[in-house]
Design a protein around this ligand. Structure first.
Ligand code: 3UK
Length: 541
């Protein structure tokens, strides 16, 4: 079933910027709406569905967000969200279709602000707290954003661009000024959600991009429901008693789903750690007896070594995404907690996870199978589909897909209607998908195709290796050689002997042609704002 731009439901937006910035119809991916739960009628507002409908179903004093020893129940969350709606519409003059920049760490007020942007029919542009003026300017320029809600301690970088960007007004919360809180205090606690079309853009998510200008992906009100009806509903068993926690910011759609949208969809509760470190997460799991956790493979690895210090017995469902989950991390977590990590590959372009497996079906080391609602396919370098067991470029389609805001790179991501994620995957005889590498990270040495992550997985199992990245390094004879950039454990003497030890270690486990001929030591590795290894920054210029 193909849905083209022509078939979009009429927009309810008064500011037509988003609809007018959608990619040309012939560059759209194919959309598949096989799930009956995703056949919606207009108007449809995801904020209303997630929050207002919840209040009609559950007791208003049911806890919604636990944070810093306090709790907001559903009535509190609704009241604060509604006051924020009035601030947005009355004080800031926001009209449906306007973009609103959100800048701050995950917090109850930040979550209410996101919901308020949904309910007013505006468009949320959530940003990572660590972004600086330069990156914030790229975002406000591209999405033409006039209004920002910003944590008091993070305003400096935004104020710096007031004169040179479309940004006109910054409202601060927290800190000494509490400007937003003061405005909210005078507002009514009721607000009727503004009618929007299911096909109206409600969020613009910027990719954490490894190179060049960031890409802006546009998602509709129905896409927010789609991540619930696909991944959450089928792969994340949960009920109203669940308590969700995790580290990713809601500026990363992995965090938006796991920490805000899914818990509300299940009418469950959220427990927010104070900070995004594994230690803060472990404390939050123990303190609030969290049942569901969403975080990165690295954080699970770090928490595995501390299972003796913390009580994780409340945990039920643990989701890992953002980067490949090494089998050793999955096995380590299982040995320590008795729980299998649910791995899932998602993408900002797809909004959330499209390949994963339920706990009962997990094959440790594999990502899983297409999530109900999605279709996956592998392609050879000439874009011919590959059948059966094969290794190739991953393409996906389903109820969500890539729509970049005015960006020529739309043609690279969507090929023949398939969303091409940029990953190389292997599919086994049983249809399970195994991550191989990002296509850009494949190393070709003396005619062999070598996947960096395979060697990284071996090296990181060495007790004296903290972290590592494996890249191709130019070589006159072999084209490229395998090079490992290694962060040694504290106290390890990183010299020629250690190099030899690591090389022999890899040769014992993998075919010898894959061993790293060059090894460099560093104190830390470059990462993107979402914590992904930035291999491109390590390659030869
Ligand atoms: C890589 C994975 C192996 C892969 C994301 C869950 O990561 C998310 O979105 P991004 O746009 O990056 C997408 C790319 O990251 N990747 C993500 N998960 C896995 N590789 N195994 C995995 N489990 O290269 C993919 O193309 O930052 C993840 C939900 C929402 C997201 N936005």
């Amino acid at each position: 079933m193909k849905l083209t731009a022509m078939a979009l439901h009429p927009s309810f937006h008064r500011d037509a910027f988003a609809r007018e910035s959608l990619p040309p119809e012939d560059q759209w991916p194919v959309f598949e709406f096989t799930l009956p739960a995703l056949r919606l009628s207009d108007p449809f507002n995801c904020g209303q569905r997630l929050l207002d409908d919840a209040l009609a179903e559950i007791a208003p004093d049911k806890p919604a967000i636990f944070y810093d020893g306090a709790v907001w129940n559903y009535a509190d969350l609704a009241a604060q969200t509604n006051r924020l709606c009035h601030v947005l519409t009355q004080e800031l003059g926001v009209i449906p279709g306007n973009r609103v920049l959100l800048r701050g760490a995950n917090s109850p007020l930040m979550f209410a602000a996101w919901l308020a942007v949904m309910k007013t029919g505006a468009i949320a542009v959530s940003t990572m707290p660590m972004l600086r003026a330069h990156e914030l300017k790229q975002i406000t320029d591209k999405a033409e954003i006039a209004v920002a809600i910003c944590a008091d301690d993070l305003t400096g970088e935004l104020e710096a661009i007031l004169a040179t960007s479309p940004l006109r007004r910054i409202v601060r919360y927290g800190g000494a000024t509490k400007e937003l809180e003061t405005l909210m205090a005078g507002m009514p606690d009721q607000f009727r959600a503004v009618p929007t079309s299911q096909d109206d853009v409600c969020l613009i998510a910027f990719t954490s991009g490894t190179t060049g200008e960031p890409k802006a992906t546009m998602h509709f009100h129905r896409d927010v429901l789609a991540m619930c009806e696909t991944f959450a509903k089928h792969m994340v068993p949960a009920d109203r008693n669940a308590i969700f926690t995790g580290t990713p910011s809601i500026a990363f759609t992995f965090g938006l789903g796991g920490l805000l949208v899914f818990p509300l969809y299940f009418r469950a509760a959220i427990a927010l750690p104070d900070g995004s470190t594994p230690a803060a997460l472990a404390q939050t799991i123990q303190r609030y007896r969290a049942t569901h956790v969403f975080t990165s493979p690295t954080a699970y690895k770090a928490m595995t070594t501390r299972t003796g210090e913390f009580d994780f017995s409340s945990l039920n469902v643990c989701v890992s995404a953002g980067e490949a989950l090494a089998k050793a991390i999955s096995d380590g977590w299982f040995a320590a907690t008795g729980l299998r990590l649910i791995d899932g590959i998602g993408g900002t372009e797809m909004i959330h996870i499209f390949i994963s497996a339920t706990a009962a079906q997990i094959r440790p080391g594999a990502t899983g199978k297409p999530v109900p609602g999605y279709t996956a396919q592998l392609f050879d370098p000439d874009f011919r589909p590959m059948d059966g067991a094969a290794t190739g470029r991953l393409g996906v389609r389903g109820p969500t897909g890539c729509r970049y805001l005015s960006d020529p790179r739309q043609r690279d991501y969507v090929v023949n209607g398939w969303n091409m994620t940029g990953d190389i995957y292997r599919r086994d005889e049983d249809g399970y998908y195994w991550f191989v590498a990002r296509a850009d990270d494949m190393i070709v040495s003396s005619g062999y195709n070598i996947a960096g992550p395979e060697i990284e997985a071996v090296l990181t199992q060495h007790p004296d290796v903290e972290e590592c990245a494996v890249i191709g390094w130019p070589d006159p004879e072999r084209g490229q050689i395998v090079k490992a950039v290694v962060v040694p454990r504290p106290g390890v003497v990183a010299g020629p002997e250690f190099i030899k030890i690591l090389q022999d270690y890899v040769k014992q486990v993998l075919a010898p042609y894959k061993y790293p001929r060059a090894i460099e030591f560093r104190a830390a590795l470059p990462k993107t704002t979402t914590g992904k290894l930035l291999r491109s920054a390590l390659r030869a210029k």
